[in-house]
Write a protein that binds this ligand. Structure first.
Ligand code: ARG
Length: 430
């Protein structure tokens, strides 16, 4: 039985093709569907389309459904098309005609939109919290290991001294930029589409400001057509935010794989956090970070997938939009899983000391020695040539002294300043 049934049922094969896995995906929207309905009926009562005793009965029934959802006992029955139909059927089954009143002034088009907005708003907050936790882990590792030097590379050739303080801190600060994009996606998401109905509004005098306040949206999508257009556009904004973080995290995962390689040998993890080989008994592989790198690379394709799915759709609702759920739902979960995993692994990272004592890193110090000569009065180009000649003739002896003091350098990480950037963005989510 369909909400839109007018005396015939569609062919089974049509139903299977159009519904697909949407029922399972919709389970993630169940909670939000009930919350959206509660706001909608409160508004309906305020404009006289429900009596106050009807409202009370409906709210009580919806609260019961919410409890079932929160206990994990909620299901969408076979033959029921989606979450919206399931909840309406449950209400009419229990309350008869009162249950049938709930859908006045609403369409499943704005109902699913409001569900998705609430869902993505929560997911962005979850992402922000997971990023914040990883950020703090990186910052504390940066401080804890700030005196341990490591080689810095350009062109993957040894270049200048770097440090674990710089390395960990770099990814922490990069995450603050990503969070600016998360915040932008959050602001786009945090607008109320409810009341746009099928996409063209309603002849009922809907109090859209009331539902906006009840659902704690920052504002409305005022224009009903723009509200409908926000489906797809919101997902795309969220995907950009996911992509930004995934790019940072994937890059970090690559560093970890490389630095764990014996040819580098900068870091290790306890045996039980690594994986082995079925043939080579000595192996300690970084599979966690390889899977993380792969997942993060895939996550960066999500915005493209959404762009292609929604490219040139006619204005208004089109069923294609349903498929967005199958792209964005796994994406938010995967990103959060990767962020948690990275944080977990970093709790156990083992950072090696005295890496630069190895002779192969001698040339890392050429710039330090050139600069020392400059400070002592030699013009830069002359000092450069002197050290260059020593290198060419095999006579270069590194002093191995590193003295960096400017903001953001090895000796002055500016951890507090970077922390302040993150705190400022995180405060906007509260
Ligand atoms: N499952 C549908 C979706 O996600 C719900 C909205 C259905 N609306 C419609 N006009 N068929 O888009």
């Amino acid at each position: 039985m369909k909400l839109w049934s007018k005396g015939f049922e569609p062919d089974k094969i049509i139903e299977e093709f159009t519904v697909g896995n949407d029922r399972e995906l919709d389970l993630r929207l169940a909670r939000y569907d009930v919350i959206g309905s509660m706001a909608h009926i409160r508004m309906l009562e305020s404009i006289g389309l429900l009596k106050s005793d009807e409202l009370e009965v409906l709210l009580a029934a919806l609260s019961d459904i919410l409890e079932v959802i929160d206990q994990g006992r909620f299901t969408i029955e076979p033959g029921v098309e989606d979450i919206h139909s399931q909840i309406e059927f449950m209400l009419t089954e229990r309350l008869g005609d009162i249950g049938k009143k709930i859908h006045s002034g609403r369409s499943r088009n704005d109902q699913v939109l409001v569900d998705l907005k609430l869902f993505m708003r929560d997911e962005l907050r979850n992402i922000a919290n997971a990023v914040d936790a990883l950020f703090r882990r990186l910052q504390s590792l940066s401080e804890a290991h700030k005196d341990k030097l490591m080689p810095g590379y350009t062109h993957l050739q040894i270049a200048m001294p770097s440090s674990f303080g710089l390395w960990f801190g770099a990814y922490a600060e990069a995450l603050t930029d990503d969070m600016t994009i998360v915040k932008a996606a959050y602001d786009i998401t945090n607008q109320n589409p409810l009341g746009s109905a099928a996409g063209y509004g309603s002849s009922f005098p809907l109090d859209r400001k009331k539902t906006t306040a009840l659902l704690h949206f920052a504002d409305l999508h005022y224009n009903v057509v723009a509200a409908q257009m926000s489906r797809g556009k919101t997902e795309r904004a969220v995907a950009f935010a996911i992509s930004a973080i995934a790019s940072t995290l994937g890059h970090f995962a690559m560093d970890v794989c490389m630095y764990m390689c014996q040819n580098f040998g900068f870091i290790t993890f306890p045996d039980e956090l690594t994986t082995g080989s079925s043939i080579m008994p000595h192996k300690k592989n970084p599979d966690v970070f390889e899977i993380m790198r792969g997942k993060c690379n895939r996550l960066q394709a999500v915005s493209n997938e959404i762009a292609l799915l929604t490219a040139n759709l006619p204005l208004g609702y089109n069923r294609d939009l349903q498929l967005l759920k199958d792209i964005i739902f796994p994406a938010t979960s995967t990103l959060i899983e990767c962020l948690h995993m990275c944080d977990f692994m970093l709790q156990h990272i083992i950072v090696n000391s005295n890496i630069l004592d190895d002779k192969k890193y001698d040339y890392l110090f050429t710039v330090e020695d050139v600069n020392r000569m400059v400070i002592e009065g030699t013009p830069f180009r002359e000092a450069y040539r002197t050290i260059g000649l020593q290198v060419r003739e095999g006579k270069y002896k590194p002093s191995r002294e590193v003295h960096h003091t400017h903001p953001g350098s090895i000796g002055n990480l500016c951890t507090a300043e970077i922390c302040a950037k993150m705190d400022k963005i995180m405060a906007t989510f509260k």
